[in-house]
Ligand binder design. Structure first.
Ligand SMILES: Nc1ncnc2c1ncn2[C@@H]1O[C@H](COP(=O)(O)OP(=O)(O)OP(=O)(O)O)[C@@H](O)[C@H]1O
Ligand SMILES: [Mg+2]
Length: 338
């Protein structure tokens, strides 16, 4: 088998690219800075650094929204530039395996396929794989077994709750909420209760430092924002309690969806899930004590993992490298969609 293989997870917030040549994962913000609407000025982390700080002439955009491709041409151009700069292998004739969310239309799936298949990279093959399946393989679970596995992947714009058995999805739901909605809730809460306008990056760091799944976090941090009354920038101390109040409804709605999927799970698979516990992945699963909250709600053991945002791409690597898992990926070459 050739080494010219790339595993790609194009998330709403981060793009994770695995290159078999280097055996490394590149993880950068899925962000493009454009000038004149379609000229790429910067991409990845460099473009994200400009977010909320750029002058009018530079537009900082996120080409993946709600887990699906929102800006095909610019994303394709950025990926090509990015891969040419960072991928150490030959790109022409390479094999790509791309993760796609479940519960999206065939047209939206085909866009992920065409992103590579119809590109100047002229790949040898493009395969797709459903994210929850890649997640499970990335967790080191044997998805081919007739055993029920429940995965909750909490990303930036999406939360996917899935039950897997025998290499396929038995149940799955794609919620259009995740880390970004949580950030928005923090911004709204702080503005309404403290008359302070904060940016998305500030909300994100409040979530990462002070956020928790259960009340009682006493940590504090100083944030800078604009006072609604005076219009001037000010510093204010924020506590874990403030962030908990802001995000608790978002977390509860994820809990309700987990319960709904559990209620629909066939009893024999539910037995397996009770035995092995629920697996949580995705960057937003790192909110402190989220596992404790889910445990309180479901009564089940909650399994976490290291670097949960890279779980999908780690799974893609195994799927292309191990003949046991190759059948989990599929092609869309023969499908013509109008
Ligand atoms: N330590 C942390 N605590 C809480 N949230 C975090 C932490 N680190 C990252 N996040 C959040 O994780 C999200 C990014 O996770 P991830 O990379 O899994 O999303 P994505 O794959 O880009 O999105 P999606 O799967 O929804 O398309 C962001 O919303 C980010 O704020
Ligand atoms: Mg993701």
């Amino acid at each position: 088998m050739t080494n010219n293989v790339y595993g790609i997870d194009l998330g709403t917030c981060n793009m994770k690219i695995y290159s078999k040549v280097t055996n490394k994962i590149l993880n950068e913000k899925n962000t493009i800075a454009l000038v004149n609407k379609n000229q790429i000025y910067a991409c990845g982390d460099a473009a994200y650094a400009m977010y909320e700080k750029a002058p009018e002439a530079i537009q900082v955009t996120f080409p993946v929204v709600g887990g699906v491709i929102a800006d095909f041409n610019n994303l394709q151009a950025m990926l090509q530039l990015y891969l040419e700069k960072n991928a150490k292998g030959r790109l022409r004739g390479a094999e790509f395996i791309v993760a796609v969310p479940t519960d999206i239309t065939e047209v939206e799936k085909k866009a992920f396929f065409d992103m590579f298949f119809r590109s100047k990279l002229k790949p040898k093959s493009v395969l797709l794989c459903e994210k929850p399946i890649a997640d499970a393989v990335g967790l080191g679970l044997d998805v081919n077994e007739p055993t029920g596995i429940m995965i909750v992947d909490i990303g930036a714009d999406t939360t996917e709750i899935s039950v897997i058995s025998l290499g396929g999805l038995v149940l799955s739901v794609l919620l259009h909420s995740g880390g970004n909605k949580i950030d928005e809730s923090i911004i709204t809460h702080v503005k309404r209760n403290y008359n302070l306008v904060i940016g998305q990056k500030t909300a994100q760091s409040m979530k990462e430092q002070l956020g928790s799944g259960i009340p009682g976090n006493e940590d504090k941090m100083i944030v800078v924002g604009r006072d609604v009354v005076s219009g001037l920038p000010i510093e204010m101390e924020m506590s874990g309690g403030v962030v908990y109040e802001a995000i608790k409804d978002n977390l509860n709605s994820i809990c309700n969806s987990i319960k709904m999927i559990l209620e629909k799970t066939p009893p024999e698979l539910a037995r397996d899930i009770i035995h092995s516990g629920i697996y949580i992945t995705g960057g937003s699963s790192q909110i402190h004590d989220l596992d404790q909250l889910f445990n309180q709600i479901t009564g089940m053991r909650i399994n976490t993992c290291e670097e949960p945002d890279e779980c999908v791409v780690r799974g893609l690597v195994k799927i292309v490298s191990d003949s046991k898992y190759k059948h989990l990926a599929f092609s869309m070459k023969s499908k013509i969609l109008i």
